[in-house]
Structures are given as C-alpha cells and as structure tokens.
Design a protein around this ligand. Structure first.
Ligand code: HEM
Length: 455
C-alpha cells in the first residue's frame, strides 16, 4: 500500500471516529436539558463563556433556563440554579438527587473506601455511625466549644507574636474534579503533588490507627478511631465488611478534608470582607465589647445575646461564592424533574451561590447586608434560602461543629484585633481579590492591628 492511500485510510478512520463521537453526544444531548453546544471530545471545556461556572451560571441560566446541561469532555453535567429549583431537587427529590458521582482523582485516592463513598449502602451506614459517634463525643455541644475556644486563643497568641502581620494568607483552593483521569494520571502538574500530600496524610492516619490498636481499652473508648475499631471487631463476620482498616483511614481523612478547608476558607473570606467593610467590622466589635468585654474569651452562650454578629456570620456565608463544582451530586435513578428527564447516574451540580443571590429571596442579593438575617426588632432571623451547608440527605454532617468554629474564631479574633486591607488592594473589588488570594497570588493582603482596649 502506498503512503498516499494509507494516509487517506487513516484520515477516513479518524473522521469516522469523530463523526461517531458527535453523533453520540448529539443523541445524548437531545435527551438532556438544553445547554451551550459542546465541542467534540472537549465538550464545553475551554469555552470561556461556559466555564468556570461560578462566573457564567447566571448568564447561562438566563439563556437556557434554571436547569441546563454543560459537558466536561464527554461527560454531561446538569446544573441547577435558583432557590426553588435547588430546594425542589435536594429536598423534594432527595432520594433521586442523593448520589455522589465518581470524582476521578478522589477515587484514585480513596479507592472507594471511607464515608464519602459512592456506594450508597456503605455511605448510609458510615454516615450514620460517624454522626452518632461524633455526637457522643460532644460535636456541637459545650465540651467541644471549649476546645475550639482554646484553639482560637492559640491563634490570637500566634498573631500577637507575628505582630499582626498575617504574611501571605493562603486559603487552599478547593478540590476540582478532572475530566480526563487516565491522561491526567500520567501527566505532571499540581494534581500529582496534591495526591502525594494526601497520601502522606493517609500514612499519618494509618500510623495513628496502629497506635490506637495497641492501646485500645474497649471499656473506655477515647475517640472516633477507638469506636470504629470496636465496631469493626463486632462486624468482622459480616459479609459486607464496611468497617475495614482502609475504611477507617479514609473516613478520618474525609472528615479532616471536608472539615478543615471549608472552615478556614470561610474564616479568611470573613476577615477579608470585614477588612473591606470596616463599618460592619466596627459594629461587630461594639457588640463583642458590650456582651463579652475584654476580660474573658467569647463563649457559645454569648451567641444568643449577639444577634448582629450572628447575622453577619450568616450574611458572609451567603455572600461567599464557593466553587460550584464542589460536592457534586448524582442521580440515583431516572428522574422526571420540572419537565426534564434526567437519566440515572448523571452528575448534577446544585449552584448554592445562585440560591444565595436569588433576587426572589433576598432584598439586596448583590450587597453585603446583615439585615437579611435580622427582623424589625433587631433580633436574628433564620432564612429558608440560606444553604451554606446544603440541604437534604447529603447535607453537611459537620454543620454544628462548623457553626461553633465560625462564631468562636471570628469573635475571639475581633475581640483582640482589627483587620485592615493593605493599601494596594483597597480599590480591588472583592470577588477579584478573593480569586487572587485563592490563586496564592497576593502575599500580605491584610493585617491584624492589635486593638487598644485589649492590649
Ligand atoms: C464553614 C464550614 C463548612 C461548610 C460551609 C460546609 C459545607 C458543606 C457542603 C455544602 C456540603 C455538601 C453537601 C451536599 O452534597 O449536599 C458538605 C458536605 C460534607 N461536609 Fe461540610 N462544611 C463545613 C464544615 C464541615 C466540617 C467541620 C465537617 C466535619 C466535621 C464537615 C464534613 C462534611 C462531610 C463529611 C461532607 C460529605 C457528606 C456526605 O457526602 O454525606 N464539613 N459540607
């Protein structure tokens, strides 16, 4: 066969693969909610008017409606926007939208062990066990708040030592799913480093588990690991074995991963906004001074007497535009939802920012307005459209602990310090500032100035 004919055959072969892929996507697209046209193979990746979603969801939902489909490579993802739609999916169709998709890098790390598993039965069992064990150890209760209080005091001491210069503030960018796992697995890049760091953390947890095994006293379990080991012993003859050693390591890893970055990122974001809006910061400090004073540390009992601070914390969580692709869901069965048929095993992203910016729910969605969470008497009021911890059967199991952490860390810091933006960044709009900080691009963004009253 001469070179020309071989070339022609190869071209025909490649064209027919391309045609097949286009045909397959077109067929699938016709069965899904509408959305921007994907490119073959890449889908909507690298289309700037589609991704990243946190910048474009508003425009896309105005064009295609509050339920639309985008393509991450060859994979369709249904995006849900606005309070009514997200509430209906997470609460009204809780079972149907209650799965978790396989996130390739997370799967590579977990091998489906642990409690953010996409094996529904295992997830249910380990979530129930984890929640009841953590509650027994005081999650959301007074004993836990005392520990958080101590941690907050350590932070104040550290900042005092650093003389208020917080140096580079680096919230960790939250995990992003990759679309071409088999390719990514062989390529260098930050994901490889992240995976290696995670493996180190898993090794550390493994060592802790081994020490616990040697020192376990079943009449007096010390912590979650002890309780898990005791449960594993009871369940060892069960054919399903959901309490293996690796399930324990991954469950601790899951709690650590889901509980630390979210809380620390929220706190950094709070401080940034308060530095940008000094009048709100000053009003919170006034309330701290009036209720707590300077002679003792803030406690959870103070929260009831501090409606403004409580409202500010909720408002800052509402205003925090987290990356929308975190915590995706998956349909567990074919579901007919608001006129659309969404097949089983489709990845679904509920956009919480769209709920928190929904003009039908919030008086001033685009502004930082603590009044959203206060009634006419100046008391704190809950809002149904507040979904920072999500809703329904997969909602955040760490909410009670996170609330304690956010309140105690923020009030303890503001009791001792006033936060100020470095002059260079004063004019920058908040959202760009946050994105820059997430990219680790800005060292020395803001400073903690010791307050005279507490020095
Ligand atoms: C400000 C702090 C936090 C925020 C904003 C937050 C928010 C969230 C959100 C939005 C979800 C997704 C739920 C869904 O898919 O519907 C989630 C899940 C989760 N969170 Fe949190 N979280 C925080 C702190 C914590 C803490 C302190 C812990 C652990 C003690 C924790 C553990 C988890 C776990 C394990 C999941 C997965 C639940 C599951 O799939 O069943 N989170 N969180």
């Amino acid at each position: 066969m001469d070179g020309g004919l071989a070339g022609l055959l190869i071209t025909l072969f490649l064209l027919s693969i391309l045609w097949f892929l286009i045909w397959r996507i077109d067929r699938k697209r016709s069965q899904l909610p509408p959305g921007p046209a994907p490119w073959p193979i890449l889908g909507n990746l690298w289309q700037k008017d589609v991704l990243p979603l946190y910048r474009t969801y508003d425009k896309l939902s105005r064009t295609y409606g509050p339920i639309f489909t985008i393509w991450l490579g060859l994979k369709p993802v249904v995006v849900l926007c606005g309070y009514e739609v997200v509430k209906d999916a997470l609460l009204g169709h809780s079972e149907e939208f209650g799965g978790r998709p396989e996130i390739p890098l997370a799967m590579q790390l977990s091998k489906d062990y642990g409690f953010i598993s996409n094996n529904e039965k295992k997830w249910r069992e380990l979530r129930r066990f984890t929640l009841s064990t953590l509650r027994d150890f005081g999650m959301g209760k007074n004993s836990m708040s005392q520990r958080v209080q101590k941690e907050a005091q350590h932070l104040v001491e550290l900042l005092t030592k650093l003389k208020g210069d917080m140096g580079p503030v680096h919230p960790r960018p939250q995990g992003r799913s990759t679309t071409f796992p088999n390719i990514m697995h062989h390529l260098p890049g930050p994901h490889r480093k992240a995976l290696a760091e995670c493996e180190k953390l898993k090794d550390y947890i493994r060592q802790k588990v081994e020490i616990h095994k040697l020192t376990l006293d079943p009449s007096c379990p010390r912590d979650y690991i002890d309780c898990f080991l005791m449960k594993a012993e009871k369940e060892k003859s069960s054919p399903e074995n959901m309490y293996s050693n690796e399930d324990l390591v991954m469950s601790v890893f899951n709690l650590f991963g889901a509980g630390t970055v979210t809380t620390s990122n929220s706190l950094v974001f709070f401080l940034l906004i308060l530095a940008k809006y000094p009048h709100i910061q000053a009003k919170v400090q006034e309330e701290i001074d009036a209720v707590v004073g300077t002679g003792r540390a803030p406690s959870m009992e103070d929260k009831l007497k501090m409606p403004y601070t409580n409202a500010v914390i909720h408002e800052l969580q509402r205003f925090h535009k987290t990356r929308v692709e975190n915590f995706p869901r998956m349909t567990t069965q074919d579901v007919v939802f608001r006129g659309h048929t969404i097949p089983k095993d489709t990845t679904v992203i509920p956009v919480f920012s769209s709920v928190h910016m929904d003009p039908t729910q919030w008086e001033n969605p685009e502004e930082v307005y603590p009044g959203h969470f206060m009634d006419e008497k100046g008391e704190f009021r809950k809002r149904e459209a507040f979904m920072a911890f999500s809703a329904g059967k997969r909602m955040c199991p760490g909410e009670a602990l996170a609330r304690i952490e956010l309140f105690l860390f923020l009030t303890t810091l503001l009791q001792s310090f006033t936060f100020q933006l470095a002059v260079t960044y004063e004019e920058m709009d908040l959202f760009s500032l946050w994105i820059e900080i997430e990219r680790r691009a800005i060292p020395g963004t803001f400073f903690a100035i010791r307050r005279p009253a507490s020095s």
